[in-house]
Design a protein around this ligand. Structure first.
Ligand code: G3H
Ligand code: ZN
Length: 283
């Protein structure tokens, strides 16, 4: 069955590795992710954004994730990514999600605490884990777009108070990463990660994991990151591969002819992230 993130996040924090949240956008993404994780014997999180939910349908999303958990025997969490309301979170939990993120980062601080608390109370009563977010992460993901000027780093004192008042199971804080690929290199504030991580018992979540140099990923895990989200790199691998196949042969009409190599390309992305995050063999 699908599990709460608490099945693996405490170990991740204690042993200094990170569990990957790989976003599921369709069946091929799900297959690529679970196949790589099976070969690496790694726990992982299927992230599903509200946009992806709309695209796949909630029933198919849950059915695919359950099939992956059953087939693999791995600890897999099915997690709502950037949930925008209490209602969406509850809808996902009722449908079978084992974890939810409530992203109240666009609300004033006190309102974010109040709303996150409500989600935590309801979710924990059902054994479902919760991720909260503080500070605003730049970049574009689905319908959520935050420009660089608006992106605001999390303040450590606020992040610590946010944790203490809400009791979230992991905490996403804006530390300089952005959704989507980077023009140059991100400027990650390892000092903020470290300060918050030392003061709270749960791991920090790094959003915008695509395109972050390997050395920065390792340093962020060392500083207290225990969950890393990756979506865009898989999307790019998928689409680049499909473009290549179609460019080579204009007569292709069977989708399997381009989807199978696209799936393989994503599997290699996921495998390399799992190894980089240090979660191989942790299932
Ligand atoms: O919530 C999802 C992630 O933060 C994905 O970010 O597309 O830059 O990898 P990314
Ligand atoms: Zn994100």
């Amino acid at each position: 069955p699908l599990v709460s993130m608490n099945e693996f996040l405490p170990q991740a924090k204690a042993k200094k590795f990170a569990v990957g949240q790989f976003n599921m956008n369709n069946l091929e993404f799900a297959q690529a992710i679970v196949e790589a994780a099976m070969e690496e014997k790694s726990p992982f999180i299927f992230g599903v954004s509200e946009g992806a939910l709309k695209y796949m349908g909630i029933e198919f999303t849950v059915a695919i994730a359950r099939a992956a958990a059953e087939k693999s025997g791995l600890p897999i969490a099915l997690h709502l990514d950037h949930g925008s309301s209490f209602e969406v979170a509850m809808k996902c939990i009722r449908a079978g999600f084992s974890s939810v993120m409530f992203d109240g980062s666009h609300y004033p601080f006190e309102e974010n605490i109040r709303l996150t608390k409500e989600v935590v109370k309801a979710a924990h009563a059902m054994g479902v884990s919760v991720e909260g977010e503080l500070g605003t992460i730049g970049g574009v993901e689905d319908d959520i777009s935050v420009d660089a000027a608006e992106a605001a780093l999390a303040k450590p004192e606020e992040a610590i108070r946010f944790y203490e008042e809400t009791g979230v199971d992991c905490l996403a804080i804006a530390v300089g990463t952005a959704h989507g690929m980077y023009a140059g290199e991100p400027n990650i504030r390892f000092d903020i990660i470290e300060k918050v991580s030392q003061a709270i018992p749960v791991p920090i979540v790094l959003h915008g994991g695509s395109g972050v140099p390997d050395e920065m990923i390792k340093k962020s895990i060392e500083a207290g990151v225990g969950k890393i989200n990756v979506n865009t790199e898989n999307q790019v691998a998928c689409t680049d591969t499909i473009r290549e196949v179609l460019a080579k042969d204009a007569k292709v009409y069977d989708p399997r002819k381009y989807l199978a190599p696209a799936r393989n390309a994503m599997k290699e992305v996921v495998r390399s992230k799992i190894r980089l995050f240090g979660s191989s063999g942790q299932a």
